[in-house]
Design a protein around this ligand. Structure first.
Ligand SMILES: Nc1nc2c(ncn2[C@@H]2O[C@H](COP(=O)(O)OP(=O)(O)OP(=O)(O)O)[C@@H](O)[C@H]2O)c(=O)[nH]1
Ligand SMILES: [Mg+2]
Length: 374
């Protein structure tokens, strides 16, 4: 394999050798997911990192060891069955330390300034003594590979904070899979001691609904100067929000941002707030200048105080846990059903009959289910 020295795109011009990275040429096959890969070969690989026991990982995370946290998250993100068993054990042994953070979801159209806002907001929180973890929930970023690098440059302030942790999106899998991993990563981060978890997702698809189902507070970041349609934001996303921030309210954009804020407040007055008893508001901010960010934090704190007092906060957490469990039951049942050899044959046969219109689909399902349960 050849090695090539390369200055990363995000390195400052005066960065010098400290920023040099090695780019290794890829291999043609023989690693996971590629032709020629074999588990046996991999097991015998001398370069493999020592496998840590679940106990070692749990102790490491409890004692605040970042390497162990990263290894734990990698375990949780793995698709292998053995790793999944270990990760369930790991989560189980850390459950007593979870649930003590404020989970904040941040969504918005591409380029609205989510990462910049997280950088400013997260750094401010760290300065106040909080421990902040940032997770990206974005199944598309495994395709558009550049965004992880992009985020590291846009979160420069935060990356320097010893109390912050930035984890890019888990790669691979459908949204459901990525969501499971992110939920579990939130728990590991809480066990480690992060008291504020920020989950960034791009708000143009299904992922914002998923993130909404994982967080206590949901912030929508928009920009002025584009109609809702142009921003690709559906009314449905506005309805999920606990606050809207019209970002980039700086320079000659201030006036437009204020008008947009007033317009969103008007729209919000016609909608049912997502959170019972809370009035969703719009604010303006400049993530780059840091303006409007302390106000946003104040609003989030008010939200927390109010919903904890009314019990809405705790009820939502309980509901989210139950929804998560129900989702897992759905998944497990489906997996077992389709993996069952006997059912595969029956399904194949009955599918032909259904396709030809000889058996109605409802009847087919009834018959399959009664066979499966037996
Ligand atoms: N003028 C101005 N520009 C901003 C502000 N916030 C972000 N930007 C710029 O907008 C661009 C996009 O910012 P990001 O923070 O990467 O936006 P994002 O929403 O995270 O983008 P994706 O992750 O790609 O969806 C960058 O060039 C930022 O410098 C702001 O408050 N004012
Ligand atoms: Mg971003």
């Amino acid at each position: 394999m050849t090695k090539e020295r390369k200055l990363p795109e995000w390195a400052p011009p005066e960065g010098g050798d400290g920023f040099t990275s090695h780019v290794m040429k890829g291999v043609e096959g023989g690693h996971e997911g590629m032709p020629g890969y074999s588990h046996a070969e991999r097991r015998s690989s001398p370069a493999k990192r020592r496998r840590l026991s679940v106990q070692e990982l749990a102790d490491g995370i409890r004692s605040g060891n970042r390497t162990m946290l990263a290894r734990g998250i990698t375990l949780v993100e793995s698709n292998s069955v053995r790793h999944q068993e270990d990760s369930q054990q790991l989560l189980d042994s850390l459950m007593d330390l979870t649930g003590n953070s404020l989970r904040i979801g941040i969504t918005g159209v591409p380029g609205a300034g989510k990462s910049t806002a997280i950088d400013t907001f997260g750094s401010m929180l760290c300065d106040q003594g909080h421990k902040v973890a940032v997770l990206a929930v974005d199944p598309s970023s495994s395709v558009t590979k550049g965004s992880i690098l992009g985020d590291k440059t846009r979160m420069e302030k935060l990356m320097q904070q010893p109390n912050a942790y930035v984890r890019p999106s888990p790669t691979g899998g459908c949204l459901g899979g990525v969501a499971r991993k992110s939920r579990e990563t939130v728990l590991l981060c809480e066990a480690f001691g992060f008291d504020i978890i920020l989950l960034e997702t791009v708000g143009v698809g299904q992922s914002e609904v998923t993130v909404r189902s994982m967080v206590d507070f949901f912030l929508l970041i928009l920009i002025s100067g584009a109609g809702d349609e142009l921003q690709g934001i559906k009314k449905g996303v506005i309805e999920l929000a606990d606050a809207i921030v019209v970002n980039k309210a700086d320079g000659d954009n201030i006036q437009r941002a204020r008008l947009a804020k007033a317009e969103y407040n008007r729209v919000l007055s016609f909608l049912n707030p997502f959170t019972e008893g809370w009035k969703t508001k719009a604010l303006t901010a400049s993530a780059i200048k840091g303006e409007g960010i302390p106000e946003t934090w104040k609003l989030i704190q008010e939200f927390q105080k109010q919903t904890v007092a009314s019990g809405v906060f705790q009820r939502r957490r309980q509901e989210q846990n139950l929804d998560w469990m129900r989702g897992l039951i759905d998944e497990a049942l489906r997996r077992q059903f389709f993996a069952d050899e006997g059912m595969k044959n029956k399904l194949e046969k009955i599918s032909e009959l259904v396709a030809r219109g000889e058996v109605p689909p409802v009847k087919a399902v009834e018959s399959l289910m009664s066979d499966w349960i037996r």
